[in-house]
Design a protein around this ligand. Structure first.
Ligand SMILES: Cc1cc2nc3c(=O)[nH]c(=O)nc-3n(C[C@H](O)[C@H](O)[C@H](O)COP(=O)(O)OP(=O)(O)OC[C@H]3O[C@@H](n4cnc5c(N)ncnc54)[C@H](O)[C@@H]3O)c2cc1C
Length: 495
């Protein structure tokens, strides 16, 4: 039986572990944090429970494929489809746009600002949908052994899609819609990728297709952390062993094979093969110290925006605030252009608010509310100093209070802030970048850090900064791709 050591316990690691256990591998997992989940983690404090990062996701069928592949009797957690995907408010306006999947209801929201919305949206989504279906299996869910193979594959994508490679998400919006509101709201998908619509290629309008047409958005009954608890339960049953508070800091090798990883206490973790779920670029940089991933080169890569997050326990209910909310300003272009490089003050930020307890009442005591706030901010390359954290938090709190008409300052009974510094330190995220490497054309597919190591034949990678990319469904696909590689090399015995 081959033994695998997996570094990290993010979603990519947990799904890889179960796929490998099912194929007859013995799995041990080492994790620097005190509990499993990586960015898909949980915070419990003062009687409140919060999901640390992800709050909803699309492409649930990737989890169905995973359950089938691993032979689990059923999904170890329960999805709930979101009825209203999210609500959007612009600063200074009373109107709250409710983003429904149903196009007729959605059209009603925009009838005052965008005449002919339904027809325009149908046309826009049809183009995004065609691109999605023409590339999902052909390009996205594939391993590439070389850049050449990747480029050859791209040549098989129908030519009619090529303008999408040259345009940005914003350009694509401008081709289909006139109103500022529609263009800004439906280009928010670029922020979901940790970037802005102005520097994100139009191919990612597929995210509008997945949210509005294909699969919608879902969360999980009892909170997103139920995903981790469910997967860990199955891994415990299958005999996988977890070691927390264990950080890999070094390694030993022989003849192009890694023989052991070494933790902060000097303990050696030996195995036949290793899967790294720590950020694929960071690990090559920090642990393997590869020249191609020197600090200088890492800093030149495009990284996604960093998170500034707040976890608030309130002693009141927010009856009039929906579950998922985006609060935008009225300087979208200027803000998007400047936020990445810390060229704009964070006194009027754009942010997302999730009233967790609306969906999971048990996450807050009776009469209270758990609230998660996420504000995308510059990573530590551009803003290394977060001593103004309380000030940034106060600005956001004041802004929310004004916009929802409840003075939150009077009701906060529990508050936790995570700046990019804490995100970096908790999970080894490079310069605090929240979603890992960006998804620019020169950083995806054959250009992304590979899911197999360049030097050690028995080292593989899974997760957000290797193929195919970031987000929960992508982590699940990433586990499928890496296990495909491993079993091609080491075989599989179905357990
Ligand atoms: C604030 C925020 C909100 C998000 N919201 C969403 C959302 O709503 N929907 C969505 O789909 N996605 C969302 N994402 C993205 C999503 O969380 C990630 O893409 C996904 O969870 C990444 O999983 P992963 O497998 O790459 O592993 P990670 O979660 O990065 O886990 C890697 C693990 O490796 C461990 N590790 C690192 N270095 C070492 C070491 N040297 N030794 C031992 N262990 C180590 C880390 O501690 C970590 O536990 C969000 C991310 C953030 C930060």
């Amino acid at each position: 039986m081959k033994k695998v050591v997996i570094v990290g316990t993010g979603l990519g690691a947990l799904t890889t572990a179960l796929r490998l256990v099912r194929r007859g591998y013995k799995v041990e997992m080492v994790e620097k944090y005190h509990q499993a989940g990586g960015r898909l983690n949980q915070l419990k404090k003062d009687g409140f429970t919060f999901d640390l990062g992800p709050t909803f996701f699309s492409m649930t069928y990737e989890f169905d494929e995973f359950v089938e592949d691993t032979g689990l009797p059923e999904m170890p957690f329960t999805f709930r489809e979101l009825d209203v995907l999210y609500a959007v408010n612009f600063r200074g306006e009373d109107k709250r746009y409710m983003i429904h999947r149903d196009l007729d209801r959605l059209a009603k929201e925009f009838e005052a600002v965008e005449p002919g919305f339904k027809e325009k949206m149908e046309k826009f989504l049809a183009g995004a949908g065609r691109f999605f279906h023409d590339t999902e299996h052909l390009v996205l869910k594939r391993n590439y052994d070389s850049l050449f193979e990747y480029l050859l594959t791209l040549m098989r994508v129908p030519l009619r899609h090529s303008p999408k490679l040259l345009r940005s998400v914003w350009n694509e919006m401008e081709r289909h819609f006139e109103s500022r509101e529609v263009k800004e709201i439906f280009s928010l998908v670029a922020f979901f990728l940790g970037a802005t619509p102005f520097n994100t290629p139009a191919i990612y309008t597929i995210l509008s297709y997945t949210e509005l047409v294909h699969d919608g958005y879902h969360n999980v009954e009892g909170g997103m952390y139920k995903i981790v608890e469910g997967l860990k339960r199955e891994l415990d049953k299958a005999g996988a062993v977890f070691h927390f508070n264990t950080e890999i800091t070094g390694y030993r090798f022989e003849d192009k094979q890694l023989t052991a990883l070494i933790d902060q206490h000097g303990k050696e973790w030996e195995a036949d093969l290793f899967v790294v779920n720590a950020d694929a670029a960071w690990f090559r940089h920090k642990i393997f110290r590869r020249k191609k991933f020197s600090e200088q080169k890492m800093d030149k890569l495009k990284w996604t925006l960093a998170p500034f997050t707040m976890y608030l326990g309130l002693d009141t209910k927010l009856d009039d605030t929906p579950l998922h909310n985006y609060f935008l300003g009225n300087n979208f272009k200027e803000y998007s252009g400047k936020i990445f490089r810390n060229d704009i003050k964070l006194d009027q930020p754009y942010y997302y608010v999730n009233v967790v307890s609306k969906s999971d009442p048990e996450s807050a005591p009776e009469g209270c509310e758990s609230v998660f706030v996420l504000c995308p901010v510059p990573d530590l390359r551009y803003k290394p100093d977060w001593s103004d954290r309380e000030e940034v938090a106060a600005n956001i709190l004041e802004d929310i209070s004004e916009r929802i008409g409840v003075d939150l300052k009077k009701h906060v009974i529990s508050k936790t802030i995570m700046t990019p510094v804490e995100w970096r330190d908790a999970f080894n995220l490079y310069k605090g970048s929240g979603l890992g490497l960006g998804h620019d054309l020169d950083q995806i597919g054959g250009f992304r850090p590979k899911n197999y190591d360049e030097e050690f034949g028995n080292v593989f990678y899974v997760g957000a900064s290797t193929v195919p990319g970031t987000g929960l469904p992508m982590a699940v696909i990433s586990s499928k791709l890496v296990v495909e590689r491993i079993t091609k090399k080491y075989g599989s015995v179905y357990a």
